[in-house]
Design a protein around this ligand. Structure first.
Ligand code: ASP
Ligand code: CP
Length: 301
């Protein structure tokens, strides 16, 4: 039987998502034994830049006692013409049990999982999915509000090119949140409308009526220069600044997956806002990734 992978949140049932969040919370409150993944070899194979995800996976893997190898694709034999399928076969033959991968091409981890006799964890593929980011965002919401069901969550900005948005939408809907997507037509086409999701164009009208605001970075690396929106227009309509912070209801939190671009999706006023939860998100990333590794390798118990 093929080993279980985490390629997107629809690989998990709602109960499994909740179970992983509980496990992450447990690991946060009470560090797990260092031998949870003893003798399990994990390879981190990142084809695209990453600060948070790469580092927090490496920390999480070490905290659960895995043997960790970082394989920079530029110095792998992929450059000599070896295919990714043959790379996967080769790593499995050495006893590698888990590959954590990030790639600019949507669907890449799915292809890898077809050839790899172990667990694949998607650390971000193109504009498709970033499941561990969504899990850490869910953990942040749950920590703040004690629940996800019924929360009113708005995602703002470049929804079209955002794997963070796509995975978060799956997770938020699965756990019963009310999701509003906010952005201009160029970054949020009507076609993104789906059950359980509302589309709005006017951020100012949305601000007073939400519990959490998730800001997104414009994915310049995934957008042809010719169709990039004007940053002045974008900032005027969608940047979170002092005036817009004032419009939020008391207790609203503001999140961002990082990296954020100062002056584009937010101004520095946001960093002094009491509901700014970026640091908590980053910190939760380590516990969520420990929980995902434990869930995949050791099972659902
Ligand atoms: N770091 C996140 C990602 O890799 C968000 C972003 O880059 O904007 O998807
Ligand atoms: N949030 C996130 O995925 O950050 P990195 O791209 O730095 O890993």
């Amino acid at each position: 039987m093929r080993e279980r992978s985490l390629l997107d949140l629809d690989d998990l049932t709602s109960a499994e998502i909740t179970g992983i969040l509980e496990r992450a919370r447990r690991f946060h409150d009470d560090p797990p034994p260092r031998n949870l993944l003893r003798d399990v070899c994990v390879v981190n194979l990142f084809f695209e830049a990453s600060t948070r995800t790469f580092t927090s996976f490496a920390i999480a893997e070490q905290r659960v006692g895995a043997d960790v190898v970082a394989l920079p694709p530029g110095s792998s034999s992929l450059g000599k013409g070896e295919t990714i399928a043959d790379t996967a076969i080769t790593l499995a033959a050495m006893g590698v049990r888990v590959i954590v991968t990030r790639h600019p091409e949507s669907g890449f981890p799915y292809r890898l999982a077809e050839s790899f006799a172990g667990h694949v964890i998607n650390a971000g593929d193109g504009r498709h999915a970033h499941p561990t980011q969504a899990l850490l965002d869910l953990l942040t919401l749950q920590t703040e509000f004690g629940k996800i069901a019924g929360l009113r969550v708005a995602l703002v900005g470049d929804i079209l090119h955002s794997r963070v948005a796509r995975s978060n939408i799956l997770g938020l809907i699965a756990l019963g949140a009310e999701v509003t997507l906010v952005g201009p037509h160029t970054l949020l086409p009507e076609a993104m409308q789906r059950d359980g999701v509302r589309i709005a164009r006017d951020l100012d009208a949305v601000l007073p009526h939400i519990d959490a605001l998730m800001l997104l970075r414009i994915q310049r690396e995934r957008i042809a220069a010719a169709v990039l929106p004007s940053l002045d227009d974008y900032a005027r309509n969608y940047r979170l600044d002092a005036r817009r912070l004032e419009a939020l209801a008391p207790g609203t939190i503001v999140m961002h997956p990082g990296p954020y671009n100062r002056g584009v999706e937010l101004t520095e006023d946001v960093f002094a806002f009491p509901g700014w939860r970026y640091a908590q998100q980053v910190s939760h990333g380590v516990f969520v990734r420990m929980a995902v590794l434990d869930f995949l390798v050791n099972g659902a118990a």
